[in-house]
Write a protein that binds this ligand. Structure first.
Ligand SMILES: NC(=O)c1ccc[n+]([C@@H]2O[C@H](COP(=O)([O-])OP(=O)(O)OC[C@H]3O[C@@H](n4cnc5c(N)ncnc54)[C@H](O)[C@@H]3O)[C@@H](O)[C@H]2O)c1
Length: 478
């Protein structure tokens, strides 16, 4: 997106006034609109006249062949077969050489539906330990609520299984070191499920940033706004929800022991006993993306504010949250989630540099580049006529080759992923490749902890009503 130029009441841009005061001949065109002025001045690039230059990104060739031998087949089990678990499984099964053999879930209806989707031969259970005991399971996909991620993943690795664990990696800070240590000591593969780090768009953004496309990075701004009940986690409760069909004790695990609540079972994100608020649900994606693109290990300081403004349905986490983070590399991260957004539901990640802006939205990365001016500009309009004349003359002599004349040209480049591109597929392909070759995954436990640990600083800051300090190298709250 091109940067907006603030306008004065007369409709003439403030920036334009500053830069063109240097050249008396350029004053008249200021009264025209910006585009026609630039055309007159002959400084509009082909790109900004004709719209962005379009670049089609090309998918990497698949690392696994579609004819993987029977011995190479990876037998997958799903633990937590709700919305994301079933979606993830459907994507994982598109990767050549992967089959689903077992599913564990605490709600009978979802186990039954998994058999409807993937066949009656599927082994199903309410107790995931039965799955971990099976020798025909190579890898486990953990898609439970957040408060079960650590235990299910650690149990699975200790049982000799490789693990794909959904984001956020942690629910409590103590989960991080335990998961890192379990992966290290068992030698199992652990991939954390923030699929954006496998996205071709994020890889392009990382390469563009490293190549200096926007100059020196100074700010990352991201938002994730929603305007619907489902967006605010009001998920539908099935008609048969009861203690017969839901294994409430197993769902609760180490959470506070309370009587059965269908709302808490099926809409668990609303309660911090099971979920991690908007920070763990959504900020964590923005952190994974930011860390992947910038190569940073994380922020050193966090401050957050917000509140429960609209969805006062018994939840105990905010529906509006804004947070700021300081990065040691010299940029700030500015995040917002708003579940009370009266506009279009939307999400975006913007990197602001000294020479341009890089934006990731939808299926494209867009870079707008504005060259830095080579002359300082002149603000002389309030001085006497004689003074203005003298100063303009001096300025023209001092800066004969000044650039730009008028508002600087904007070059726009847009890099689009192919239609139907799915980064979740690439993330699973990366995981299964690591399982076969015993090579590192793109999002290991250390990366996952640095992203989730940073995201959850927002909750700490919000609850403590103070700035929180974090050591991103040691991964510790200071
Ligand atoms: N990567 C992404 O883009 C993305 C998107 C959505 C959700 N997620 C993550 O996926 C996870 C699941 O979210 P969801 O929306 O599918 O929730 P969900 O409520 O739809 O599904 C969770 C399932 O886990 C089951 N479960 C609970 N405790 C269990 C246990 N001990 N053993 C086995 N099963 C258990 C529940 O019965 C439920 O069916 C969350 O951690 C969420 O953050 C990731």
């Amino acid at each position: 997106m091109s940067k907006q130029i603030p306008s004065t009441p007369s409709g003439v841009s403030v920036d334009a006034q500053r830069t063109t005061a240097a050249t008396p001949t350029a004053v008249e065109p200021l009264l025209q609109d910006r585009r026609s002025f630039l055309r007159t001045a002959g400084v509009l690039t082909a790109a900004s006249l004709a719209g962005p230059r379009l670049h089609a990104l090309v998918a990497q060739p698949q690392s696994e062949s579609a004819t993987t031998s029977a011995n190479d087949r990876i037998r997958l089990a799903l633990v937590g077969a709700g919305g994301q678990g079933q979606y993830d499984t459907s994507v994982a099964l598109q990767v050549p050489g992967v089959e689903l053999v077992a599913v564990a879930d605490c709600y009978q209806g979802r186990l039954d539906h998994c058999r409807e989707r993937w066949g009656n031969a599927l082994f199903t259970t309410r107790d995931y330990r039965e799955i971990l005991a099976r020798s025909d399971v190579d890898a486990v996909l953990v898609a439970t609520p957040d408060h079960w991620h650590k235990q299910a993943a650690v149990d699975a690795m200790r049982a000799g299984k490789d693990v794909y664990c959904e984001k956020p990696m942690i629910h409590l800070y103590s989960d991080g070191p335990e998961m890192i240590e379990a992966a290290r000591s068992t030698g199992r593969i652990l991939q954390i499920g923030s699929q954006r780090v496998s996205s071709m768009l994020y890889a392009k953004a990382r390469d563009l940033l490293a190549a200096g496309a926007i100059g020196q990075l100074n700010m990352v701004t991201a938002h994730w706004d929603r305007n619907s009940a489902i967006g605010a986690w009001d998920y539908t409760i099935p008609l048969d929800a009861s203690t017969e069909t839901c294994d409430w004790t197993r769902f609760l695990g180490t959470a506070p022991q309370i009587p059965f609540s269908a709302e808490q079972f099926f809409q668990w994100r609303k309660w911090k006993a099971y979920g991690s608020g908007v920070a763990g649900d959504l900020f964590v994606h923005l952190f994974s993306g930011t860390h992947f693109i910038t190569g940073s290990k994380g922020p050193t300081r966090a401050m957050a504010t917000g509140g429960l403004r609209f969805w006062k349905d018994g939840r105990n986490v905010p529906d509006v949250m804004l947070a700021l983070f300081d990065y040691p590399e010299g940029f700030n991260l500015n995040l917002r989630v708003n579940f009370v957004d009266g506009g279009q539901e939307n999400e975006g990640l913007t990197f602001t540099g000294s020479e341009g802006i890089l934006e990731i939205a939808g299926n494209a990365v867009t870079v707008s580049r504005t060259p830095r001016e080579t002359a300082p500009g002149l603000t002389v309009g309030t001085f006497t006529e004689a003074m203005q004349r003298t100063m303009r003359k001096q300025y023209a002599m001092r800066h004969p080759a000044q650039h730009p004349v008028g508002p600087p040209p904007v070059a726009l480049d847009r890099y689009a992923a192919p239609n139907g591109y799915n980064d979740s597929y690439d993330h699973f392909a990366n995981f299964f490749h690591a399982v076969r070759t015993r090579t590192p995954v793109v999002e290991d436990a250390v990366f996952g902890f640095r992203a989730a640990g940073a995201a959850l600083l927002s909750n700490l800051s919000y609850e403590r009503d103070s700035i929180v300090h974090w050591d991103p190298i040691a991964m510790k709250i200071v």
